[in-house]
Design a protein around this ligand. Structure first.
Ligand SMILES: *[C@@H]1O[C@H](CO)[C@@H](O)[C@H](O)[C@H]1NC(C)=O
Ligand SMILES: *[C@@H]1O[C@H](CO)[C@@H](O)[C@H](O)[C@H]1NC(C)=O
Ligand SMILES: *[C@@H]1O[C@H](CO)[C@@H](O)[C@H](O)[C@H]1NC(C)=O
Ligand SMILES: *[C@@H]1O[C@H](CO)[C@@H](O)[C@H](O)[C@H]1NC(C)=O
Ligand SMILES: *[C@@H]1O[C@H](CO)[C@@H](O)[C@H](O)[C@H]1NC(C)=O
Ligand SMILES: *[C@@H]1O[C@H](CO)[C@@H](O)[C@H](O)[C@H]1NC(C)=O
Ligand SMILES: *[C@@H]1O[C@H](CO)[C@@H](O)[C@H](O)[C@H]1NC(C)=O
Length: 272
């Protein structure tokens, strides 16, 4: 197995491990995905990651896992690559129909981007001959987008922009539904449920991957081991989870608290 291939495989594996919780996909969610992924890399893949990371990252992939969010404005072209809009209330995803940007340009969605940056990283082994791509950026985009595609509301309905326009209360605070899934659930889990720091939280999840969940993890690896990444499968899983869990029972102005939180967090423990 080449290291170029194994890197994407691992991110996908890791992100897949958390049907709901890791979805955090605010800073903490991305941090956790990248930390666990980097800890599990083979030596060859790890060397490649260290080689591609800028020196100021000190070989720490997590520290740059939100880079793609930070460059959204500098690289305006990249902002449609973080999500997929699907038709309202259909609760399914279709690449041909949905993977495009607002101008209708095909492939410009998070699924297309994962394929794009995986393909670029596959040229890593040839990079001594000079890759035509910036593989540092490819790595940082891929690590981030694999997190995003597993956040159910990053594959959401068009008219509410994946929950962004649905204003709710998360306990006593105002938030929109998208933000609840990007950040609030995971933060509440860390603070109130597991009462732990993001580092410890990542370690707990890591232990579950090698222990309790190892059988399922092997199954998740299959898609990627076949040298086939399957972002469209992840996108379909996300919109299903969005309908079954994220949108369900929520309307404009809803107050979401313990009942919503407790019923969504366990989905973490592997519903998929
Ligand atoms: C990696 O970076 C993150 C975020 O900047 C930091 O919290 C963490 O302590 C760093 N890890 C190591 C091993 O330096
Ligand atoms: C693929 O990557 C290149 C280089 O970053 C970028 O210009 C292009 O927009 C990307 N396309 C997609 C669909 O991700
Ligand atoms: C690697 O580079 C060589 C020569 O530049 C080219 O023939 C080959 O197709 C490349 N391999 C891959 C996997 O891109
Ligand atoms: C690749 O991208 C990184 C991050 O944007 C940047 O710092 C670096 O200068 C780029 N490398 C080249 C060769 O352009
Ligand atoms: C969380 O843990 C800290 C120490 O690790 C402790 O001081 C605090 O009381 C705990 N909070 C709750 C709500 O259990
Ligand atoms: C790890 O697995 C145990 C047992 O299924 C579960 O109780 C715990 O919540 C899991 N931890 C995390 C962070 O998912
Ligand atoms: C997975 O690999 C097997 C054996 O190499 C092959 O027959 C099958 O077509 C592959 N599946 C996909 C989706 O590529």
């Amino acid at each position: 197995m080449t290291c170029g291939f194994q890197m994407p495989a691992l991110f996908i594996l890791i992100a897949l491990s958390f049907p709901v919780l890791i979805h955090g996909w605010g800073v903490d969610g991305h941090y956790i995905v990248c930390k666990i992924a980097q800890d599990r890399l083979s030596t060859a893949a790890s060397d490649a990651v260290n080689d591609l990371l800028p020196s100021y990252a000190n070989n720490n992939l997590s520290s740059l896992c939100s880079w793609a969010d930070h460059v959204k404005f500098r690289y305006r072209w990249s902002s449609p690559l973080h999500y997929i809009n699907t038709p309202d209330n259909l609760c399914n995803y279709n690449y041909q129909r949905d993977c495009k940007d607002d101008n209708g340009v095909a492939g410009r969605c998070v699924s297309g981007a994962i394929t794009n940056y995986t393909d670029q990283l596959l040229t890593y082994k040839n990079s001594s001959s000079g890759s035509q791509y910036n593989l540092t950026e490819a790595l940082l985009f891929l690590a981030h987008f694999v997190g995003d595609i597993h956040q159910p509301l990053h594959v959401g309905f068009t008219s509410d922009e994946g929950g962004n326009t649905i204003e709710v209360h998360w306990y006593t605070r105002k938030a929109n539904l998208h933000h609840v899934w990007d950040d609030s659930i995971i933060q509440t889990a860390e603070e109130n449920f597991y009462n732990t720091s993001v580092e410890e939280f990542a370690d707990t999840i890591k232990k579950n991957i090698t222990g309790e969940w190892s059988e399922k993890v092997t199954k998740w690896e299959t898609c990627s081991k076949n040298e086939t990444i399957c972002p469209d499968v992840y996108a379909s899983e996300s919109i299903t989870a969005a309908c079954d869990w994220a949108y369900k029972g929520v309307t404009e102005g809803s107050t979401l608290e313990d009942e919503y939180f407790h019923s969504r967090v366990p989905v973490v423990n592997l519903s998929a």
